[in-house]
Design a protein around this ligand. Structure first.
Ligand code: NDP
Length: 301
């Protein structure tokens, strides 16, 4: 079977490509750069979607890009890199005659941070800040026209913080923790919705098959988080324990907000209790259900 993955060269995309290839699928990456096994977004626009059974978009300017100032041009790129690519892919699917599955993106941060509320895929939400506005526009850009949606399975996956050795938050955290400089962020009481990258790739692969059996005009949503509900304090202490390093330097919320900008800092200093109810009801089996097993695999002890 053939799949196309926008952003397939990234942290999550590489894991998904490995998983699908191991399952015997052929994967083509849609990228800004041409190369072997790739097509560019321009080629997708001019030549259409090559024959395939599924298409996923994981492209997006990194939210925590350490090389960019948090300014209007960066924020604009966060939106356009996700929304324009998703629109391009959705248009290509609509124009092709094959019935394939479209995996839209999303982020758990569409749910309003709270210490108590629990959110499932069915929870109502309305945009309340920059990132939830981004998710709202992003998910809307993945919607297919009604006639196409009748034969195409549409899925939205909303990941939490993706944990893995080769990218995302862990890549930036391992050095300070190894140096003994790790600590809780903000109060530490805030929920820390996380998922191991291998499980996120697993959820995406699971959503891609079986093919369009019961297509519906509204997309199916899967929360891409582990079912364990942990706080930032629990995550910090467990990472320190697994790495055998002290975690005695809490970073106050205002420092995080000053360094990252308040709109972005809240991803770390606040959090949501996200429950993967539909993901589990759909029969997906997690490999990493608890922080200890996920962190041990990543740290390699
Ligand atoms: P990466 O930062 O690894 O980037 C993925 C790919 O996006 C890159 O390889 C690149 O592909 C493409 N890309 C980067 N910048 C741009 C741009 N300005 N315009 C167009 N394309 C661009 O992302 P992840 O794999 O970590 O995440 C995948 C998706 O999941 C993202 O959309 C992210 O928002 C979302 N997500 C990730 C989380 C995480 O913790 N990692 C948490 C929640 C959601 P190329 O260079 O080939 O064009």
């Amino acid at each position: 079977k053939k799949s196309r993955a926008g952003g397939g060269s990234g942290f999550v995309g590489r894991e998904l490509t490995r998983l699908l290839t191991n399952k015997g699928h052929e994967v083509t990456v849609i990228s800004r750069q041409p190369g072997p096994g790739k097509i560019t977004w321009g080629e997708l626009e001019s030549s259409g979607l090559p024959a395939c059974e599924g298409a996923v978009n994981l492209a997006g300017e990194n939210l925590m890009n350490p090389f960019r100032w948090w300014n209007e041009s960066y924020k604009k790129d966060l939106f356009s890199s996700r929304i324009d690519t998703t629109k391009t892919l959705a248009r290509a699917i609509a124009a092709s005659s094959q019935s394939s599955s479209l995996l839209g993106p999303g982020i758990g941060s569409c749910y309003k941070p709270s210490l108590t509320a629990q959110y499932t895929e069915d929870s109502e939400w309305t945009p309340f800040d920059l990132l939830s506005k981004l998710v709202n526009e992003w998910e809307a850009s993945a919607l297919l026209p009604e006639d196409v949606a009748k034969t195409t399975k549409q899925v939205v996956v909303r990941p939490g913080v993706v944990l893995g050795r080769d990218g995302g938050a862990m890549k930036q955290m391992l050095l300070p923790f190894w140096l003994g400089l790790g600590g809780t962020l903000g109060s530490g009481n805030q929920p820390f919705p996380w998922i191991h990258v291998s499980d996120l790739a697993g959820i995406i692969a699971h959503a891609l098959e079986p093919p369009a059996d019961t297509p519906s005009t509204s997309p199916q949503v899967f929360n891409g988080v582990a079912p364990a509900l942990n706080t930032n304090y629990e995550f910090t202490k467990e990472l320190g324990r697994v790495m055998r390093r002290p975690t005695i330097f809490p970073v106050p919320g205002f420092v995080v907000n000053t360094l990252l900008g308040a709109e972005r800092g809240m991803v770390l200093t606040q959090g949501q209790k996200v429950v993967p109810e539909s993901t589990q009801e759909s029969g997906f089996q997690y490999k990493y259900l608890d922080l200890t097993s996920a962190l041990k695999e990543i740290v390699g002890s």
